[in-house]
Design a protein around this ligand. Structure first.
Ligand code: NAG
Ligand code: NAG
Ligand code: NAG
Length: 413
């Protein structure tokens, strides 16, 4: 009898503790959890797609302490970014590399010192720990602390994102092999899937709710190196990838990002012609209740909230509206600003703080980081847009966090 009770608790912890309430689905413009309660994404980006391809910050702080900081704000999700190159290594190059190798490959002679610091801050890791095992550990600690995980394919080749000449801009670009991209998404979707085998559930990501197929498509500078940059190609590639992800893991939501650095999904809400008569029809998908739209906004020098608001609405947020042919949830998965000055009180930040919660739309701010292992060639790069200080020990600015807390409270309320 006692064993049965224990088995029950281990198998269905969410029934007792209300977390995780998975799988999620989308219903009209809402994301709903498995209990039927609406869920608003309120979270932060945790980058793991740069050169080292390991979630950032671990040479300075433990995963547990970083997750505790996120939790202390009452956020409910992280957007965890990864690079397809990690999966390419697993599939084509003899398996995932250890974090020790990853640091020395990306950081050269300084790599070992940083690796040693990672072990000191996170003593559960060792010489055989691989990059993907670090992702697993981040997800597991988020689960421990009641935070959901949204995975985001940020880049093909691990590096700082995004520019029009980084080779990762569009299908067929220097590093953007569309087949490897799909394989990588499929691999990650499978890797995080729930198992039907209750007692082994801890090996999977119990708190995994959604995946973003690709971050910030953009028109590559280099002409001729890629497929045509248009909505028709977008549609065929995104639908093919979404089909594979859904087959690999039917539980998770699939986020579709738009063109021009994910600033526009304008033809989607009204099902406009994407070219050649092709239209996006949410209702035509077998997994229509798994689809979500995502947009980014970095109009940091905006002077009018009204014009930001109408721009965001017309570029895709109007999918929230009951009048949209494709009514669906829309999440602002990136926006952000300097944490070192009064930007948090400027037009841009104040505007988003007001309108996104008013729309009951979800959001994840860029970026958790205090510093990066390496960014664009500079090691231990100081991230002044990071919510945390350089050493990831505390918030960078108490005032900026107060502003953010207002947004969190408005979205929770
Ligand atoms: C939750 O979602 C339902 C639709 O499923 C909607 O009618 C309702 O207004 C939402 N509730 C809140 C509190 O936003
Ligand atoms: C090394 O770390 C990995 C993953 O973090 C873990 O699974 C393994 O048990 C550890 N090995 C030892 C000997 O501690
Ligand atoms: C989930 O965990 C089980 C048990 O360890 C494992 O066999 C399975 O491969 C995992 N699922 C995936 C898709 O990785």
């Amino acid at each position: 009898m006692h064993h049965l009770v224990l088995l029950f608790i281990l198998t269905y912890p969410s029934l007792l503790f209300g977390f995780p309430s998975v799988p999620f689905k989308s219903s009209k413009r809402w994301v709903v959890d498995s209990t039927g309660t609406n869920f608003t994404y309120i979270g932060v980006n945790w980058p793991g797609a740069a050169d080292v391809m390991i979630p950032e910050g671990l040479q300075y702080a433990s995963i547990r302490s970083i997750v505790s900081k996120i939790k202390s704000l009452k956020m409910n999700v992280i957007r965890l970014t990864f690079a397809i190159e990690m999966v390419d290594d697993i599939k084509d190059n003899g398996g995932d590399v250890t974090i020790q190798q990853a640091f020395s490959k990306a950081l050269g002679s300084k790599g070992d010192a940083v690796y040693q610091q990672v072990l000191k801050s996170n003593p559960q890791f060792n010489a055989s720990t691989t990059r993907l095992q670090v992702f697993d550990a981040v997800a597991a600690e988020c689960a421990n602390q009641g935070i959901y995980v949204h995975l985001d394919n940020h880049m093909s080749k691990g590096a700082w994102c995004c520019s029009t000449n980084d080779g990762n801009a569009w299908f067929g670009d220097t590093y953007f092999n569309a087949d490897k991209w799909k394989r990588g998404l499929q691999y990650m979707a499978e890797h995080v899937s729930l198992t039907d085998f209750p007692l082994l559930q801890t090996k999977n990501w119990s708190n995994m709710i959604s995946i973003g197929l690709r971050n910030e498509f953009r028109k590559p500078e280099k002409a001729g190196s890629s497929q045509a940059y248009n909505w028709q190609i977008w549609y065929s590639q995104m639908v093919a990838a979404a089909d594979l992800v859904n087959a690999a893991n039917p539980d998770i939501l699939i986020f579709l990002s738009g063109l021009d650095f994910d600033t526009t999904l304008s033809p989607i809400p009204g099902a406009s012609d994407l070219g050649g008569g092709k239209k996006f029809q949410r209702a035509s998908f077998k997994y229509a209740d798994k689809l979500v739209l995502e947009l980014h906004n970095y109009q940091n020098s905006a002077t009018s909230c009204d014009s930001m608001k109408s721009g965001l609405w017309n570029n895709g947020f109007k999918a929230l509206d009951a009048s949209a042919i494709n009514q669906m949830p829309v999440v602002l998965t990136e926006f952000g600003y300097q944490q070192t000055d009064s930007s948090y009180n400027g037009v841009y930040a104040s505007c988003l703080r007001k309108i996104v919660p008013e729309w009951d739309a979800g959001w994840t701010i860029w970026v958790l980081a205090g510093s990066y292992y390496i960014r664009s060639g500079t090691q231990d790069y100081e991230e002044t847009w990071g919510l945390m200080n350089h050493k990831w020990t505390d918030w960078r600015s108490a005032n900026a966090i107060k502003g953010l807390q207002e947004m969190i409270d408005a979205s929770l309320g």
